[in-house]
Design a protein around this ligand. Structure first.
Ligand code: TYD
Length: 216
């Protein structure tokens, strides 16, 4: 049976990578094989493109070119990491995926929606996430968490506060548009509470359905 595909989306400092690790641990405890990955990146080719994208050298080419490089990275990631894992029955947990392109490049970068959707069809096809967690956190809380990491800000983290406020709104709108796939999680709570919320949703939406009913 094909594995399940879960993505985590949200703004900076929303705790996605922590939750990817915690969910992977819980699934493995149930005997499920899990691959954790991230975008941009997740395969050797895509990681090379990640360096270009996050360093800011692509920014002067404009948002459309930047979108195409995100798409090129995604194509390699889907073909070499995600699809083989799902086909082999493993579950894939991915830190950012198509929704980041829809929001960062589409909504905030004003890249034509038709270009975004065409690239999405070409790179992802039917490898769509079964479930997407939108990690929602007030912008100030996200900022404090990122500052606490003490790292140099990347191309997107350096944007103005207004950008991050719009980002949050855009992710919430997206979740409203696709309630079947997207679940908004209050990510300002402790990592343990957030993990429990996520786990309940995974059990409800993906695990319960896999357990065959026993005839009584
Ligand atoms: P990363 O260091 O992985 O940040 P985070 O911890 O916030 O996930 O950097 C990824 C950055 O790339 C992030 O600012 C969002 C941006 N991004 C896009 O703009 N478009 C995309 O399609 C993806 C996958 C990421």
């Amino acid at each position: 049976m094909r594995g399940r595909f879960i993505t985590f989306e949200g703004g900076e400092g929303s705790g996605k990578s922590t939750q990817v690790a915690l969910l992977a641990e819980r699934l493995r405890m149930r005997g499920i094989e899990v691959v954790t990955t991230r975008e941009p990146g997740g395969s050797p080719g895509a990681e090379a493109m990640r360096l270009l994208l996050l360093s800011g050298v692509v920014k002067p080419l404009g948002p459309t070119a930047e979108t195409m490089i995100f798409a090129a990275a995604r194509d390699d990631h889907v073909q070499t990491t995600i699809l083989p894992a799902l086909t082999g029955g493993e579950w894939v947990l991915c830190d950012r995926f198509i929704d980041s392109t829809r929001i960062y490049q589409g909504v905030l970068g004003n890249v034509d929606r038709r270009i975004i959707r065409a690239l999405e069809r070409a790179t992802v096809g039917d490898v769509m996430p079964d479930l997407t967690f939108i990690m929602d956190v007030p912008v100030e809380v996200g900022f404090e968490r990122v500052a606490g990491r003490g790292q140099v800000k990347d191309r997107f983290e350096s944007e103005e506060t207004d950008f991050h406020v719009q980002l949050r709104e855009a992710f919430l709108d997206l979740a409203r548009d696709e309630p079947e796939r997207c679940i908004v999680v209050d990510a300002s709570q402790t990592p343990e509470r957030v993990a429990s919320r996520i786990w309940l949703a995974v059990v409800d939406r993906l695990i319960k359905q896999r357990t065959p009913r026993v005839a009584s």
